[in-house]
Design a protein around this ligand. Structure first.
Ligand SMILES: Nc1nc(=O)c2c([nH]1)NC[C@@H]1CN(c3ccc(C(=O)N[C@@H](CCC(=O)O)C(=O)O)cc3)CN21
Ligand SMILES: CC(C)C(=O)C(=O)O
Ligand SMILES: [Mg+2]
Length: 266
């Protein structure tokens, strides 16, 4: 399989091919996921929730993002590697935004960064793009704004909010972002935005008419079950498989069945 790049992702929309993205946080999973023809791996700041056990994504640091990006890079075959910029790594000044994005590229080995927000962070997006770093936008439910939203709620149900989101998306496109992740909005808006923009819209809870889809890998494998957003489909039940295996191991050690001859040195 050929290595996928930013241009591959852009071309897929032009060719009417759906874009597939999954989050990934470590070497072993990167190897498994990229053994299939996945287009992009996202090192999401959701790692704070699913891998580190924080209540939300706010405590995640740039160092956390770099650490996990490096691990994913070592296991990745063909996918485009995109890494989230964590909360407060890009909001303060354009200078800090560029410095942190540069670290994620240079130390982590990501090929693009993803940033939550629209017109309010446009100067930071432009500065990062000026530093020759590809950017993915993220609109709709932006989990880093949890304290502003008062929870992880579906966004842009009202006309006014939908208009604002479309304006944000157009401004990001004009600035030069190569794709936009659109999270937890009505499907009609996902369809409209995908038709309006010439860059790909990658949906998560934004309906079937987006140019692509993304999910958190631990959600779709049934490994993370603390909460399950409505947009998640479970394609496996790995959590149950793990519990079953661990239970069998405990039983066999206790009963003396493990280790048997075949796992023993003479
Ligand atoms: N495991 C996991 N999966 C995710 O998709 C995810 C994370 N963690 N952490 C960061 C954010 C938080 N996200 C979330 C978290 C919860 C809901 C949720 O429960 N939504 C409700 C709707 C709530 C409402 O509208 O009032 C749902 O039923 O989908 C949605 C997105 C998405 N991201
Ligand atoms: C859910 C995706 C889009 C994300 O931002 C993350 O995993 O952090
Ligand atoms: Mg994220």
């Amino acid at each position: 399989m050929n290595k996928k790049t930013v241009s591959t992702i852009s071309k897929m929309k032009k060719d009417g091919q759906k874009i597939t993205m999954l989050t990934c946080y470590d070497y072993a999973m990167a190897k498994l996921v990229s053994s299939q023809d996945i287009d992009s791996l996202l090192i999401g700041d959701s790692l704070g929730v699913v891998k580190l056990g924080y209540e939300n994504t706010l405590p995640v640091t740039v160092d956390d993002m770099i650490y996990h990006t490096k691990a994913v890079k070592r296991g990745n075959a063909q996918a485009l590697i995109v890494t989230d910029m964590p909360f407060m790594s890009y909001e303060i000044t354009a200078c800090e935004a560029v410095r942190n994005a540069a670290r994620i590229i240079k130390e982590g080995g990501a090929e693009a960064v993803k940033i939550e927000g629209g017109i309010e962070i446009l100067d930071k997006v432009k500065a990062i793009l000026d530093a020759k770093i590809p950017v993915v936008g993220h609109l709709g439910l932006t989990p880093q704004a949890i304290n502003k939203f008062g929870g992880h709620k579906v966004q842009a149900r009202q006309d006014e909010a939908q208009k604002k989101l479309i304006e944000d998306a157009k401004a990001l496109e004009k600035a030069g972002v190569f794709a936009i992740v659109l999270e937890a909005v009505p499907a009609d808006l996902g369809k409209k935005l995908s038709e309006t923009l010439s860059i790909p819209v990658i949906g998560i809870g934004a309906g079937k008419d987006c140019d692509g889809q993304v999910l958190v890998i631990d959600d779709m494998l049934g490994m993370f079950t603390d909460f399950t957003p409505k947009f998640v489909k479970k394609y496996a039940n790995v959590g149950e498989t793990v519990k079953e295996a661990v239970k069998n191991y405990i039983d066999e050690v206790r009963s003396g069945k493990f280790p048997s001859q075949e796992n023993t040195y003479k």
